[in-house]
Ligand binder design. Structure first.
Ligand code: 4DW
Length: 216
């Protein structure tokens, strides 16, 4: 394998998707490593997990900064650690257009719905209220427009009669933990090409050669 892509993960809370990414990177064959976990909240639970895993952490508070200044401070923290991909994992601050453009097609988020349905907050309540029979999650490139951007991967789950928000959320979260590492792998391997609002996922080996046994 060639060198691993260096990833910064941005969190605001417990960062369960960050944990899933960290666990994926423990495989030496995984094409990315997490070089820093950055939080806007000093008390984010995910920071302790990252420290315990031996990963550098940074706190970049938003308080007292306008959005552009917070974006610039995040950008500096990311670059300080040499990251060239950024994953949002429950990061709760709206990123300014300057930051989003600087990281265009290198900035990824996971959202707990099958986008473009149910953008924004309270996605599980919205899905239950709408009576959908299938729900799920989406990993996508971030654009200045919230919960928009080219879709990299999605997973679907059934909505069961009588589901509570918490039950549906847990079923979807398990899939977030599955597809976020999968999507990051594809991006890190250079297999994701953005064409307008869509992505095209290339073959595992860009030379088009085949191997037997094949790699995923
Ligand atoms: C998201 C979007 C907006 C807010 C919170 C979360 C979803 C993911 C995301 C984080 N930052 C983003 C995105 C995104 O999809 N696109 C961009 N940036 N450009 C949000 O509005 N949060 C508010 C604060 C909440 C809080 O502090 O608890 C805010 O005013 O920033």
């Amino acid at each position: 394998m060639t060198t691993r892509r260096k990833v910064a993960v941005l969190i605001s809370g417990r960062g369960s998707n960050m944990r899933a990414l960290v666990e994926a990177t423990r495989d030496p064959g995984y094409p990315a490593s997490i070089v820093v976990v950055i939080s806007n909240m000093a008390d984010a639970g995910g920071l302790d997990f990252a420290r315990g895993a031996g990963i550098a952490t940074e706190i970049v508070p938003h308080r007292g900064l306008d959005r552009a200044a917070h974006g610039a401070a995040l950008d500096a923290a990311i670059r300080k650690h040499g990251a060239d991909l950024v994953c949002l994992a429950g990061f709760m601050r709206l990123l300014d257009p300057g930051f989003v453009e600087a990281w265009r097609d290198r900035l990824i988020n996971v959202h707990p719905s099958l986008l473009p349905s149910f953008r924004g907050l309270d996605t599980h309540a919205k899905a239950l209220a709408a009576g959908v029979k299938i729900a799920g999650c989406t990993v996508h490139f971030v654009r200045a427009d919230v919960d928009a951007g080219p879709i990299i991967a999605q997973a679907a789950v059934p909505v069961r009669d009588g589901d509570t928000e918490a039950e549906l959320a847990a079923r979807i979260l398990a899939q977030e933990h599955r597809i976020y590492p999968l999507a990051l792998r594809l991006v890190a391997e250079g297999r994701v090409r953005v064409e307008g609002d869509r992505t095209i996922i290339g073959a595992p080996d860009a030379t088009g050669s085949l191997a037997n046994p094949s790699t995923p």
